[in-house]
Design a protein around this ligand. Structure first.
Ligand SMILES: [Zn+2]
Length: 299
């Protein structure tokens, strides 16, 4: 099985990893992760920082890492960049950002899961706001407003103009549904729904399917399976993947934490675990390589 995993790593894309420098300690810096990923034959890494845009550091790193790997930078719309700040998004895109993530640690839903319902205690150290209504939502009212905020619509226009990726990050299934409708109307083509297998933004298979029908890819993260996180069984992820159909699945490690293996090692473990719980090599070819290549127009 390990040989299969090595082959699956060649051409694989992980569009959500964390690397130093960061405001929290990271296992590896960006150059170390990129080098390891290139050695494993990976094709694309998406570099996510909860607080700062990453397009500039990615552009510099790209000059000294092997050409076989492409780093993609982006911006996460938390309070450190002014939340839904059109100016910050515009400049990040001009700097070459390829992925615009909706809020993570400052999202209303995250604050609720961390401070109110206590379902995601492991995020406690990085979620400063205490009340869900103090957080960021794409809706005019939390949790069930009917309309997308005007500044979010402006951001969707910027994403559409640059044909960048819209990643729903830590939004609720309901927010995703509203946001994706709006994004499609505005002309956004590349949409990822992030880790609905995670306790911070869990979604049922039917909710995930609804988002796929609207035109999104769904990406599963391995992080929730780790001992200090949700201790999720990989079988649950495999069931979700089968439930929405392999042609719509992506895989993220979401690694970079100091107590987990490196993102590259994490991605390998993820593939091996999914094989072990019954997914086929063909299924994983799609999720690791073909689907991200199609999403990103790589071929
Ligand atoms: Zn992450």
């Amino acid at each position: 099985m390990w040989d299969n995993v090595k082959e699956l790593m060649v051409g694989a894309c992980d569009l959500h990893i964390h690397a130093g420098p960061d405001v929290v300690p990271r296992q590896h810096d960006l150059l170390e992760v990129a080098q390891e990923a290139a050695e494993a034959g990976m094709r694309v890494l998406g570099i996510k920082d909860h607080n700062t845009a990453t397009a500039d550091r990615v552009a510099l790193a790209q000059k000294i890492i092997p050409e076989s790997i492409t780093l993609m930078g982006g911006i996460v719309l938390n309070n450190a960049v002014g939340g839904f700040n059109t100016e910050a998004v515009d400049k990040a895109l001009k700097l070459g950002a390829k992925i615009v993530w909706m809020p993570s640690t400052d999202a209303c839903l995250t604050i609720e899961k961390v401070h109110k319902t206590n379902q995601t205690p492991w995020l406690l150290p990085v979620v400063d706001l205490k009340k869900p209504e103090q957080g960021l939502t794409v809706l005019d009212e939390w949790p069930s407003g009917k309309n997308i905020r005007p500044e979010v619509k402006e951001i969707l226009k910027l994403i559409a103009e640059k044909d960048a990726v819209l990643d729903t990050c830590h939004l609720s299934a309901y927010e995703c549904s509203k946001l994706i409708d709006e994004a499609k109307d505005i002309g956004v083509k590349k949409i990822i729904v992030t880790h609905p297998n995670c306790s911070v933004n869990p979604m049922t298979i039917s909710e995930q399917r609804e988002l796929v029908e609207k035109g999104a890819y769904v990406s599963y993260a391995f992080l929730p399976c780790m001992p200090l996180f949700d201790r999720q069984h990989p079988k649950e992820i495999a069931t979700m993947m089968e439930g929405i159909g392999m042609d719509h699945c992506l895989l993220f490690s979401d690694f970079g934490q100091i107590f987990n293996p490196s993102p590259v090692e994490g991605y390998k473990m993820f593939l091996a675990s999914l094989l072990a719980v019954g997914l086929s090599e063909n299924d994983l070819q799609k999720a690791a390589k073909l689907n991200p290549a199609r999403l990103l127009d790589l071929d």
